[in-house]
Design a protein. Structure first.
Lengths: 388, 313
């Protein structure tokens, strides 16, 4: 028996900001969930199961969100699951929810991811003082910056590319009312002039620290037929993992990322992603990851990704827009960031992305990664149902 | 074989929490000696209050004051109180249904012994002398044989409400790095770097983990590597970390020690930060009494060719 087609019929986000002191974590997730239900014109009673994800527990000290948030998410008397995969969790959470619908376990599933970074401390959570070990000398940026330098060496990319990405994403964020950073006076010169934190990564080429939540309502064909607005259809979805460190690991273009993309493209019948996919929301927490992921995901040959960025192909009005929402560079509630990518991909094919809508977006990729570039989750969504 | 190492590891952090309207009123109420519940859609009163109706999932915010007296619905005796528990002498954990409430609140009862506690026992709140807006503003419950107290009819609106709390979390571990890393650390004390080779893929892991993460097999064959190595990639750190006493800027590098199949991470010194480059040949610099090399410095050899380390970035 073939899989049940899965449709996204409701999407809700909070307006992402540095600190939401007016609400509890329950209040924050509730806001996103209500907006997703409102978009789908459904009530709590229409939901069959709830699947949630969040950042690693040490980041914010909430160890059992499913226990604490069951009532806020209307999960009483229903199955509730939690998914863990570091920074990619928002993506893998959506995929677990989608699989429940595809397998016909449930008809309509609410999926949600969140983080209140203002009540958390990711830097502390990443640098616990393990006995006998040398303390980590650099934090998250210092962990990723050497890999960016390795990419620059390997590809021969000019050192201007990172700033171009940051400038583009921050301008895109100005068109997205839910984005955290709205830098109205942003210029390329300002990005280049911002302090060099972990050379080659500048301050303006890093992501902010945000409070936010994102929710989606996923449903089957019958649910999609009742939906008040056009659904986004899941054409392919996959997850892949690999160890943080191993001999032969390629941090610039991890094998798990390549394999994950290949699986998604196979499911969706994509043979040339550059031609067949209209736009992409990629998990880019540091600017240089845009060209790195463009290669890893097969949008460009190895060593050529930066040319797409440099020539304007990834601009909002380019041939392959990337991070139309402003991306992780403009909004980063870590636990939710992956789901925001997935949701923004769905908004595009539904034609609901507002000012940052790409005209004629029919097939859009949502991408998330996490840990030491070791967890990948992706989905490709389309305006038409699969096999139509 | 050297002894397997062990050491205490304490993980603690003062997380902050925004309360939202309902928890804000509840905790501010405790500070003002008022116990508040919330009314559900079907007319029950929940103490402690919640933000969302457990039956209908609707948002609820109709706050009602309940009495500081109530009835024990069940209990368990705690013979040996631990660090951080509400009382230092043996006490009963109790669920108390306060007069006017439909649900029970978890707290502690100060009683002389388990024989003095029973389900159905009447109790009242003993308020803490100093109250901050926390569940511990109720110091404990105590047996009470008077009439039920009358709730004051408080609306739940306070001047100067509490909006956030600090929730310290602490975990106490005994950490052991295991057999392979203990041997690695033991060798470091003689300033030797010893990794382990995978019997299947032949890769040399430094530090060793006792198993190959790719092949999933145990590793045992010890291989001394270094002491020299090659900088495969690096970044220049310009922001000072809170807990590190290192002057910025400094270079944080990946170094492939000669004979190792993956790079380890360390600081580069003995050369201006802006002259460090990929391929630079380096050696460890030790300081007296330190477990790990303090940093690595240039050896003066010619740089390694990119082809020799491009798989080790």
């Amino acid at each position: 028996m073939s899989k049940e087609p899965v449709a996204v019929v409701g999407i809700g986000q909070t307006r992402h900001v540095a600190a939401r002191r007016d609400v509890s974590i329950a209040g924050l997730v509730r806001e996103a969930a209500q907006r997703a239900l409102g978009d789908a014109e459904l009530t709590w009673a229409d939901i069959d199961a709830v699947v949630i994800g969040k950042a690693p527990d040490f980041f914010e000290g909430v160890m059992m969100p499913e226990l604490y948030l069951a009532d806020a998410l209307g999960a009483v008397g229903k199955p509730m699951l939690r998914v863990h995969t570091a920074g990619s969790v928002g993506g893998s959470t959506a995929l677990v929810a989608a699989n429940l619908v595809a397998a016909r376990v449930h008809g309509t599933v609410l999926t949600l991811a969140f983080e209140k970074q203002s009540e958390s401390n990711a830097m502390w959570g990443l640098s616990l003082p393990i006995p006998f070990q040398q303390p980590l000398l650099a934090g998250a940026g210092g962990f990723f910056a050497p890999h960016v330098r390795a990419y620059m060496r390997r590809s021969g990319a000019p050192d201007t590319i990172g700033a171009l990405v940051a400038h583009k994403d921050r301008r895109n964020a100005l068109k997205n009312p839910y984005a955290h950073l709205h830098e109205h006076d942003i210029t390329l010169e300002k990005v280049v002039a911002s302090p060099m934190l972990w050379d080659p990564i500048r301050y303006s080429e890093t992501c902010p620290s945000s409070d936010g939540a994102c929710a989606m309502v996923l449903t089957d064909r019958a649910g999609a037929a009742r939906a008040p607005r056009p659904p986004a259809w899941l054409l392919g979805g996959a997850m892949r993992s690999e160890p943080t460190l191993f001999a032969g690991k390629d941090f610039v273009s991890p094998r798990a990322g390549q394999d994950c993309a290949a699986d998604v493209y196979r499911q969706a019948g994509i043979t040339d992603p550059r031609r067949d996919i209209d736009a992409a929301e990629l998990y880019v927490p540091f600017s240089w990851y845009e060209p790195m992921w463009l290669e890893n995901l097969g949008f460009a040959a190895e060593g050529e990704g930066w040319k797409l960025t440099e020539s304007g192909v990834t601009e909002l009005d380019g041939d392959l827009p990337v991070n139309m929402s402003g991306g992780v560079l403009s909004t980063n509630p870590i636990g939710a960031s992956g789901m925001i990518r997935f949701a923004e991909a769905a908004l595009q094919v539904r034609g609901q992305a507002g000012e940052h809508q790409v005209d004629g977006a029919r097939r859009v990729l949502g991408h998330a990664y996490g840990g030491g570039s070791q967890f990948f989750s992706m989905w490709l969504v389309g305006a038409e149902p699969p096999d139509s | 074989m050297p002894e397997v190492l062990k050491a205490p590891l304490v993980v603690e952090f003062p997380f902050t929490r925004s309360l939202g309207p309902v928890q804000s009123a509840f905790l501010t109420g405790l500070r003002e000696r008022v116990v508040l519940g919330v009314r559900t859609t079907d007319g029950r009163t929940l103490v402690p209050p919640v933000e969302y109706d457990p039956v209908t999932a609707e948002e609820i915010h109709d706050l009602v004051e309940v009495a500081p007296t109530g009835t024990v619905t069940t209990w368990a005796w705690n013979h040996a109180p631990r660090r951080g528990q509400p009382l230092t002498t043996p006490f009963a954990w109790v669920l108390v249904r306060l007069d006017g409430a439909d649900t029970a609140l978890l707290h502690v009862l100060d009683a002389p012994g388990p024989d003095a506690v029973r389900t159905g026992l009447r109790v009242r709140v003993r308020w803490a002398g100093e109250r901050t807006g926390a569940i511990t503003d109720i110091a404990c419950f105590e047996p009470y044989d008077g009439d039920p107290a009358r709730p004051g009819g408080h609306s739940g609106a306070f001047e100067d409400p509490l909006t956030g709390i600090v929730a310290p979390a602490r975990l106490d571990y005994t950490y052991s790095p295991g057999r392979a890393q203990s041997a690695y650390i033991d060798a470091l004390s003689a300033r030797r770097t010893v990794g382990e080779r995978c019997p299947s893929c032949r890769k040399v892991y430094v530090p060793p983990r006792g198993a190959c993460p790719t092949c999933g097999v145990a590793t045992a064959e010890q291989v001394e590597v270094g002491p020299r190595g090659t900088v495969t990639t690096f970044c220049i750190v310009n922001i000072k970390a809170k807990n590190l006493d290192i002057e910025v800027p400094y270079v944080y590098a990946h170094i492939a020690l000669d004979g190792a199949d993956l790079a380890l991470h360390a600081r580069i010194g003995g050369i201006p930060y802006d002259q460090v480059r990929m391929g630079l040949r380096v050696e460890p610099v030790w300081t007296e009494g330190a477990r790990h090399p303090d940093h690595y410095r240039p050896t003066g050899e010619p740089d390694a060719a990119y082809e020799t380390y491009k798989e080790l970035l």
